[in-house]
Design a protein around this ligand. Structure first.
Ligand SMILES: Cc1ncc(COP(=O)(O)O)c(C=O)c1O
Length: 395
């Protein structure tokens, strides 16, 4: 019996740069005290008030099938939030609640790509992007961004890749680079999307983690609301990664079709989770600021530490919970550096190569451990890089 090509070719196969991560996990399981600066998981849990709301909802009986498009009140809350962010009139009919941002990314591509169509995404990229595109039977085509542009995408590069493509996936604030796209970048992207008749799938799951500049949703840009699908999530903004609650926002016609898709795939999101999300979104900015605060603090700590050395340079860390560090002065690839650091100091980071070709020679550091431990790990990392760079210089 056969397995479908779609499922067996979902990932690219071969080494995907996650070897360091799995090796660190194995070392940990064997009792080695590994400091993990790898995945995007908060070191705090979901806030007690959100859990209380979840509990009250479940105990109150909201444990049966929930409405497939989402609980009415949460859809309205999300619509209001997006309208406030973008100035574009948005109603519950523009919103579908999904099991996390990941399901929304899949739904967005299912809505826009036929089998064999080309869908664009930007390199470096969040690990699931190409597989998500392949998962709907489309062809994933990467457009490189460049370290020398601080990974702000070039409209001309997207335009050059756009012939025959149907969609473009972007992510700002960005994982893995920590870069927030400027208005100029987004204006350029919007112009290409309009000229090339592309859908724009805008992953905004880090919209509450902006340290510098401002988060601009392309839904707000002239002529873009009708061709933009916004992906959002409770995972990062409210430390609710395990609750699996996100959304997709777009034209009502798209949402109507996506409700059909959800009926035949997920059949919705648990009602008590949605009620907790609704509570959390209505709890106001302070709660979001509290969840974001550790990353805001650690980014400043990191900037101070990195200012004390000349080997590693920091890609402008404007948002999200990661730092992208350029380690090319060590003469090593990101993957070699990450492996050597793990061996020498039991510190695990992600090689830039895990996120595509554009971030080769870089590493991604997640700011997801306690401040003191984080600062110590970063100091060790810098000293290690300097030692390596000096060895290369002496050769
Ligand atoms: C850029 C980006 N998009 C989407 C997701 C998926 O988030 P979730 O499915 O937990 O909402 C993540 C998770 O790390 C991410 O980094």
């Amino acid at each position: 019996m056969q397995l479908s090509h779609r499922i067996t070719h979902l990932t690219g196969g071969g080494s995907d740069g996650w070897d360091v991560f799995y090796r660190a996990r194995r070392m940990k399981a064997e009792g080695v005290p590994v400091t993990e600066l790898t995945i995007g998981e908060h070191d705090i849990g979901t806030h007690a008030s959100i859990l209380a709301a979840m509990n009250a909802s479940a105990k109150g009986g909201h444990t049966g099938y929930a409405m497939v498009p989402g609980v009415a009140s949460l859809r309205e809350t999300v619509a209001k939030r997006i309208e406030e962010q973008t100035g574009v009139p948005t109603t519950a009919d523009n919103v579908m609640i999904t099991p996390g941002g990941q399901a929304a990314l899949f739904a967005a591509h299912a809505a826009t790509c036929n089998a064999g169509d080309t869908a664009l995404y930007l390199d470096p990229y969040y690990a699931t992007y190409p597989g998500t595109i392949r998962g709907v039977g489309a062809v994933a085509k990467a457009v490189q961004t460049h370290a020398e542009d601080a990974f702000q995408p070039r409209a001309a590069d997207i335009d050059a890749a756009a012939e025959g493509a149907v969609s473009l996936l972007i992510n700002s604030p960005n994982n893995p680079t920590g870069v927030v796209y400027s208005r100029q970048t987004l204006d350029g992207i919007a112009e290409v999307c309009k000229a090339r008749d592309l859908w724009l799938i805008s992953d905004e799951v880090y919209d509450t983690q902006v340290w510098e500049g401002e988060h601009i949703s392309p839904r707000a840009l002239p002529g873009m609301a009708e061709r933009t699908l916004v992906v959002g999530s409770m995972s990062k903004s409210h430390a609710m990664t395990g609750s699996r609650c996100g959304w997709i926002v777009g034209p009502t016609e798209v949402i109507t079709h996506l409700i059909n898709l959800a009926t035949h795939t997920t059949y919705g999101v648990p009602g008590f989770i949605q009620d907790a999300a609704d509570f959390a979104l209505n709890a106001g900015d302070e709660l979001e600021a509290e969840v974001a605060a550790p990353f805001r603090r650690r980014r400043l700590l990191a900037k101070d530490i990195l200012a004390g050395q000349n080997t590693i340079s920091l890609v402008p860390a404007q948002g999200a919970m990661y730092l992208m560090l350029d380690v090319r002065a060590t003469g090593m690839s990101g993957e070699d550096f990450a492996n050597a650091l793990l061996d020498a100091h039991h510190i695990a980071v992600m090689p830039g190569e895990s996120f595509g070709q554009a971030a080769a020679g870089h590493i991604r550091v997640a700011m997801t451990i306690a401040d003191e431990e984080f600062a110590k790990a970063l100091q060790t990392l810098c000293a290690f890089a300097t030692e390596r760079a000096n060895t290369v210089a002496a050769q």
